[in-house]
Design a protein around this ligand. Structure first.
Ligand SMILES: NC(=O)c1ccc[n+]([C@@H]2O[C@H](COP(=O)([O-])OP(=O)(O)OC[C@H]3O[C@@H](n4cnc5c(N)ncnc54)[C@H](OP(=O)(O)O)[C@@H]3O)[C@@H](O)[C@H]2O)c1
Length: 267
């Protein structure tokens, strides 16, 4: 680890999954971790979990779509922001209700960007810091019936690339990093998959295909999802601990290679 002093890391969406596992890994490495959660009721839950594991986490509510919650970062000396919070809407883009797409963008893209801008204020002032954005391999390779989610992740990857290029002109010490997880069994994909069945029904263009779509998705995720988040958490830890991080980190390697290969083929 290249860091010499205790650095402050703020992570969004730490109720479980990749966010919580990353919070634990970084706390174990000696970072001061602000492990934030979407909802008030998750604060005590995560505090109890960290106590049980004897890990020191500073837990509070930060809904990234709430302007008042976002302002909390202004009072903290954040060295590293990890934008992990996210939601997903699935279903055909040809007919998905637009309010679902808007909500998806409001959280994943606008919430993340606004929070990053606020955290960057402090980082730019001290000319040091990292903004890490958890995008997805779905931000490289679009998937049918996951259009809304994929669009938000493409946008996030673009946002990170643009901010990185811009900041390079004025500083060598503030970094923007993209993390691209493949499929991990955190429950997230199942939640996203299910959203479409609350509105894609008998009147859908795809009403005759719905059973097959569900079968295919379940089979694909059963095959692809990694049980443990260790491989992606390792990549996030690399991005945090390296003084000159790469633009992007991804895992598992074989899903990254597969996504790159399909991209080259123009899929
Ligand atoms: N699992 C995968 O296969 C996979 C693959 C690629 C990328 N990712 C990305 O990895 C990140 C973490 O996902 P995960 O798999 O670990 O699933 P997860 O545990 O469901 O993580 C998502 C977190 O975001 C929180 N969240 C949702 N809306 C929020 C808001 N407005 N403000 C603050 N927090 C909010 C959720 O809180 P509540 O549950 O309390 O609402 C949850 O804790 C997400 O950005 C996801 O897109 C996951």
């Amino acid at each position: 680890m290249e860091n010499k002093t205790v650095e402050n890391v703020l992570i969004t969406g730490c109720r479980g999954g990749i966010g919580r596992d990353t919070a634990i890994a970084l706390a174990n490495l000696g970072y001061h971790v602000f492990a934030t959660v979407h909802r008030k009721e998750s604060v005590e839950e995560l505090k109890a979990y960290s106590k049980e594991k004897a890990i020191s986490l500073e837990v509070f509510k930060l809904d990234i779509t709430d302007p008042e919650d976002r302002k909390k970062v202004l009072d903290l000396d954040i060295d590293i922001l990890i934008n992990n919070a996210g939601i997903g809407e699935s279903g055909s883009l040809t007919e998905i209700p637009m309010e679902r797409v808007r909500k998806n963008f409001e959280t994943n893209v606008f919430g993340t960007l606004e929070l990053s801008q606020l955290a960057l204020k402090g980082m730019m002032k001290k000319d040091s810091g990292k903004v890490i954005i958890i995008s997805s391999l779905a931000g490289r390779l679009p998937l049918a019936f996951w259009g809304s989610y994929c669009m938000t992740k493409f946008s996030l990857s673009a946002a990170a690339d643009v901010m990185r290029q811009e900041l390079k002109m004025i500083t060598k010490n503030v970094h923007v990093v993209t993390i691209e997880p493949g499929s991990y069994h955190t429950g997230f994909n199942q939640k996203v998959m299910a959203t479409k069945y609350s509105w894609m029904n008998d009147s859908s263009y795809f009403s005759k295909n719905i059973v097959q779509i569900k079968k295919n998705e379940e089979a694909n995720f059963a095959l692809l999802e990694r049980k443990s988040t260790v491989s992606i958490v390792k990549q996030i830890v690399k991005a945090v601990t390296t003084s000159q991080p790469r633009p992007r980190y991804s895992a598992p390697w074989w899903q990254t290679a597969g996504a790159q290969f399909l991209r080259i083929l123009g899929k």
